[in-house]
Design a protein around this ligand. Structure first.
Ligand SMILES: Cc1cc2nc3c(=O)[nH]c(=O)nc-3n(C[C@H](O)[C@H](O)[C@H](O)COP(=O)(O)OP(=O)(O)OC[C@H]3O[C@@H](n4cnc5c(N)ncnc54)[C@H](O)[C@@H]3O)c2cc1C
Length: 513
């Protein structure tokens, strides 16, 4: 073992563990501050959950598909002296997504308020006024929860105390679902206005109503798709990092964060290589960071018991598949479709609280080939179908070695109702279960989105961006403040930029921030 007393990192060196979108954005911020940055990731491509796998001419974008709040990316690029739109081709979608119910009802989410009101009227005329009130309230929650809270450091108790009155005023103690229930009566509308926390791993019946802000940000800033998938965004970030003089090393797994005298001094890779750094940033899950990468060090706050007591986001069953010669077929199936099963609240209870894998399901169906020709061979389609399932931390955890094929058959039966005959046209395919998330991303309990964003696991209560456990160590990404989702992890890098000082050798006037 290396004697780390001899590690004397140069003051301008920084390491980022993990090339997820949060890690890459952090590297860009540190590069803009004058640091010599090296990003290390165990996978073979950058992007983490936002990376892709290609097979037989089909590109499977593994995770994020919906890009919201594009100004966060524009500001990130601007901080590095670059123009985001020169590097990434972002296409805004007119129809955001379609929601379907078993009774045949459909609801098309769009930016145009009048069109949305008419759809609400079509489903439940008595809910129009409540819907308008809900929209106004979402805007208030956006201004507070996103602009004020999400982009600001929240590691000091005083930060929390300052915002408490607003939490109380906005009834942050109520869940998203409880809030929506007070505004609209129709069960389908209640689902359509409250399901969004699932996009960031939260149970809508438990996550604070502050998250109704998502309705506002979608309507105000649109729903977008990056041509080439989120992989193209990750690749563009790598180019910016390299243009700043930084390095991105794939296939490099960190085994331990090296700490001496309470200060992080770099990392050791699984192969034994030691990399010193003055600033160490972990984009790995905080559970992995504290339980594994800091396993040899005493923790004041994030002890194994504390980590175990956290509520983790749900797991995901994701079936990626291509279909041959189907372009133009199933013309009513667009880029994003949400297919509701017969149950909403009871299904959430199965997934989040009971840890029970039910036979019924609600699915998100992604069909990027209607927008992006680069995702499939000409004439073919590329899809993924995603079902929220329990994570692996429940006492009755699902054995996916045993259940994958039978669950795939259940998903296929649901999909046959929407894209009939697709199984006769199947091309290459892949299935990710919570076990894949555990093994590929080193995600505790194989959870899809790290620690669940409940009120007592948010802001100050989340693992801090400036580590409580070692000086010179910072945390970014889905499990830390402000949380999961692309806007969340990009904001965590913005917060990091506010916490890390300028690199010592760079005069203040040259700083990008
Ligand atoms: C299926 C799916 C769909 C989603 N859809 C959307 C969407 O439409 N819109 C949206 O905004 N968000 C979406 N999300 C959420 C969003 O993708 C994530 O919250 C976000 O990408 C997580 O980024 P991150 O920075 O936390 O890092 P991650 O993407 O989790 O990456 C962390 C990286 O760290 C690496 N790593 C971990 N440990 C080590 C180690 N010891 N050494 C080296 N490397 C290590 C991993 O290999 C990984 O590459 C989706 C997520 C999933 C899974």
């Amino acid at each position: 073992m290396t004697n780390i007393e001899y590690l004397a990192p140069a003051p301008e060196t920084a390491l980022v563990i993990g090339a997820g979108l949060g890690g890459l954005a952090s590297a860009m911020r540190l590069g803009a501050k004058g640091y010599q940055v090296t990003v290390l990731d165990r996978l073979d491509r950058a992007g983490g959950r936002g990376s892709s796998i290609s097979d037989g001419g089909h590109r499977f974008d593994l995770g994020p598909t919906i890009v919201t709040v594009p100004q966060l990316f524009e500001e990130l690029w601007a901080a590095c002296g670059r123009d985001f739109h020169q590097d990434v081709d972002l296409k805004s979608l007119d129809s955001f997504y379609e929601i379907r119910w078993p009774d045949g009802t459909r609801f098309e989410a769009r930016g145009d308020t009048d069109a949305m009101v008419e759809q609400v009227r079509g489903i439940s005329p008595g809910d129009v006024d409540g819907y308008r009130t809900f929209l106004r309230e979402s805007e208030d929650r956006y201004a507070f929860g996103f602009e004020q809270l999400g982009r600001t450091p929240m590691h000091r108790l005083v930060d929390l105390i300052k915002v408490l009155p607003k939490f109380v005023k906005l009834r942050a103690d109520r869940s998203v679902y409880a809030h929506v229930k007070r505004r609209v009566r129709d069960p389908r509308l209640r689902m359509a206005l409250s399901f969004h926390p699932l996009f960031i791993g939260g149970d809508p019946t438990r996550v604070t109503s502050i998250y109704t802000l998502v309705n506002h940000l979608e309507k105000s800033f649109g729903v977008h798709y990056a041509m080439g998938g989120v992989q193209a965004m990750a690749d563009a970030m790598v180019k910016v990092i390299r243009s700043q003089g930084g390095m991105v090393r794939q296939g490099a797994e960190v085994d331990e964060i090296l700490i001496e005298g309470g200060r992080a001094k770099g990392v050791r890779l699984t192969g034994g290589e030691v990399l010193p750094a003055a600033v160490t940033v972990s984009n790995a899950d905080p559970g992995h960071t504290y339980a594994h990468l800091m396993r040899n060090h005493h923790k004041r706050r994030w002890t194994p018991a504390k980590l175990n007591s956290r509520r983790w986001s749900m797991g995901l069953f994701v079936w990626y598949f291509g279909t041959k010669g189907t372009a133009g077929q199933w013309s009513d199936v667009g880029h994003h479709t949400i297919l509701n099963g017969p149950r909403f609240q009871a299904l959430l209870k199965d997934v989040f609280r009971k840890g029970h894998l039910a036979d019924d399901m609600s699915l998100y169906l992604h069909r990027p080939s209607v927008t992006d020709p680069s995702v499939a061979p000409k004439g073919d389609d590329t899809f993924y179908a995603l079902s929220p399932v329990p994570h692996l931390g429940h006492a009755n955890a699902v054995d996916w070695q045993e259940r994958t094929q039978s669950y795939r058959a259940l998903v296929a039966a649901e999909l046959e109702k929407v894209i009939p005959g697709f199984q006769d046209r199947l091309g290459p395919e892949r299935i990710f279960t919570p076990e894949t998330f555990r093994d590929r991303y080193l995600s505790p309990h194989g959870s899809g989105f790290s620690i669940e964003p409940r009120i007592l696991q948010s802001a100050y209560f989340r693992p801090h961006n400036i580590s409580e456990e070692a000086e010179g160590l910072y945390l970014v990404g889905a499990g830390t403040h402000p949380g999961a989702g692309l806007p969340g992890v990009i904001s965590s890098a913005e917060v990091l930029g506010k916490l890390v000082p300028q690199a010592p050798s760079v005069p203040q006037r040259m700083a990008a921030e």
